[in-house]
Design a binder for this molecule. Structure first.
Ligand code: UT7
Length: 323
């Protein structure tokens, strides 16, 4: 059984408000607030890259657990905005933090569902052979998306969240995780230029394709609601619990209206929301919210907490964490 030994999170200092965006693109605080619930988001400083954000969250999780980087046996980084294209961010992070020569790898491309998928992998690795696995969800989205496309740029923020898992002695257990994929929707949300299908060219770069996030907002909205709520129902069914037993649902923080409908479909008002301050931080959103919720006393010993996430792919997942 995997347990959470420590929680960590990091958001950059720079605050980007809706008013700041309204000075750059044709939008308004009113539109962004009404359609998304987001008021502010954090953006990384010029000198920061993905591994810097991840490192800050990882160090916090280790400190919370009272452990050192050399105590980590495996590292999983969930990100869609890596330090460089190859090698993965985990390689930079392993060296930067002074970890031993442990297995370290990225789980990339799962969009905002990456962290929950990584939790599932980590708990399976611990069940296979007891070890301490550091799992971090991190995104530095502000640097890779178009600052001119108002339909996507206002949604996102940068940040990182981490958990240190081990076989025993933690403050919460990873009781169960369910995940799923529907690849028939793979072209509906993503960064589709830069791979082998459509490699970078000068013309593509001139058009700004390398920063163009393809997104059918309405379809993503509907699928996010459907998949996040059904993942929680499947999860609760598999552990023989009902929504009334859940003290707090921590959903992916994409849009307050999505979260609201998910809560109503599930029949609970006990849903954590922090996107007002951070926007959609991709793979970082669930671990960042989890870190904040437990640090601010929203979670008490004995609480059953449920995480649920949805992202590009489409991928989704839900996890049950009894504290
Ligand atoms: O984690 C996965 C990442 N993505 C998501 O989670 C996105 C999920 N979808 C959503 O959150 C919502 O669909 C959005 C917030 C993206 C859009 O909200 P909506 O209520 O579905 O608006 P819409 O796309 O139907 O657009 C309504 C109008 C359009 O104008 P017209 O065609 O009605 O004249 C847009 O051009 O709002 C316009 N619009 C904006 N106006 C001001 C789009 N973006 C903006 C903007 N400011 N930033």
């Amino acid at each position: 059984m995997a347990e959470v030994l420590g929680f960590g999170g990091y958001v950059p200092e720079k605050v980007m408000s809706n008013e700041d965006w309204a000075r750059l693109v044709d939008t308004s605080d009113e539109w962004i607030t009404q359609r998304t619930g987001i008021k502010r988001r954090r953006f990384a400083a010029d000198h920061e890259a993905t591994a810097d954000l991840a490192e800050a969250a990882c160090r916090e999780a280790l400190e919370d657990a009272g452990l050192e980087p050399e105590d980590v046996d495996e590292l999983v980084v969930a990100t869609d905005t890596p330090e460089v294209y190859t090698p993965d961010t985990a390689a930079f992070l392993q060296h930067r933090m002074g970890m031993r020569e442990i297995p370290a790898y990225d789980l990339g491309g799962s969009g905002c569902a990456g962290f929950v998928q990584a939790l599932d992998v980590a708990r399976a690795r611990i069940a296979y052979r007891p070890r301490r696995v550091l799992v971090v969800g991190v995104e530095l989205i502000s640097r890779l998306i178009s600052w001119e496309d108002r339909s996507t740029c206002v949604l996102f923020g940068d940040g990182a969240g981490a958990v240190l898992l081990g076989p025993e002695g933690g403050r919460a257990r990873i009781l169960e995780v369910v995940t799923g994929t529907d690849g028939s929707k793979a072209d509906i949300l993503g960064l589709l230029t830069g791979g082998t299908r459509r490699p970078f060219t000068l013309e593509a770069a001139r058009r700004g394709d390398h920063r163009h996030l393809t997104m059918d907002g309405g379809e993503v909205f509907r699928e996010a609601v459907r998949r996040m709520s059904s993942a929680v129902e499947e999860l609760l069914g598999s552990i023989g619990r009902s929504i009334g037993d859940v003290a707090l649902v921590i959903p992916h923080q994409a849009n307050a209206r999505i979260i609201d409908v998910v809560g109503r479909k599930l029949g609970t008002g006990r849903v954590y929301v922090n996107l007002t301050e951070y926007g959609n931080t991709g793979s970082a959103s669930v671990p960042l919210a989890l870190w904040e919720a437990q640090a601010t006393g929203r979670i008490r010993p004995g609480d059953l907490v449920v995480l649920t996430a949805f992202g590009a792919g489409f991928h989704w997942g839900a996890a049950a964490l009894p504290f």
